[in-house]
Design a protein around this ligand. Structure first.
Ligand SMILES: [Zn+2]
Length: 201
């Protein structure tokens, strides 16, 4: 068996037994009677005459995503990590909270496979900033992120915005044992190949 076939075999069998978990998060914020801050969803500011109540920047999308990551990694929930009682969290940028959560779960040996979420809102129109939000969050979680806006059919009395998020996370498996020597050989042979065949200008 040649080196690359051996490596492929290794990945298929030994390197592919990492643990996966699903996470779920939910958040909702009510409309503020008087606009006090910008309307931010998924780290993106929407043009709106309304704002959402809340201690932080009230980004329901990011808050739901955070809970979808904290649940399956055993880190609790957003209220435990960023309590309302802490003045530090007043008007806090939720994107920064998400970065902190990603750093924490990465330290524990987890990586995000993807996050998908649904925003339930009469207004604003999520599709207007869909791509922008997806790119923004995707860059932070280093994985695909998808967002869909849904009208609250039959829930007309809803006085705010709600968001559901699901995440899939995977344990980063360290390369050990036989895999390590196979991996080292592959890297070595790639290096030789580049040295022989690629001239850098
Ligand atoms: Zn929230």
């Amino acid at each position: 068996m040649n080196l690359f076939a051996e490596f492929r075999e290794y990945l298929r069998h030994e390197g592919n037994n990492s643990k996966m978990r699903i996470g779920h998060g939910f958040d909702s914020h009510g409309w503020e009677v008087k606009k006090t801050k910008p309307l931010i969803l998924g780290g993106t500011t929407f043009k709106s005459e309304y704002s959402l109540k809340g201690h932080s920047d009230s980004d329901v999308v990011v808050h739901a995503c955070i809970d979808a990551l904290l649940g399956p990694t055993g880190l609790g929930d957003i209220g435990m990590l960023f309590p309302d009682s802490d003045p530090k969290n007043e008007n806090a940028d939720s994107i920064e909270m998400l970065r902190e959560v990603i750093a924490k779960i990465t330290d524990l040996g987890w990586e995000v496979i993807n996050i998908d979420c649904s925003v339930i809102a009469e207004k604003p129109n999520i599709s207007k900033h869909k791509k922008e939000i997806e790119n923004r969050i995707s860059e932070i979680i280093s994985a695909p992120f998808s967002i869909k806006g849904k009208h609250p059919e039959g829930l007309e009395q809803m006085n705010g915005i709600a968001c559901f998020a699901v995440s899939l996370i995977s344990e980063v498996t360290p390369i050990t044992g036989r895999g390590r020597s196979v991996f080292r050989n592959v890297i070595g042979s790639l290096r030789d190949h580049i040295r022989r065949n690629v001239r850098l200008r």
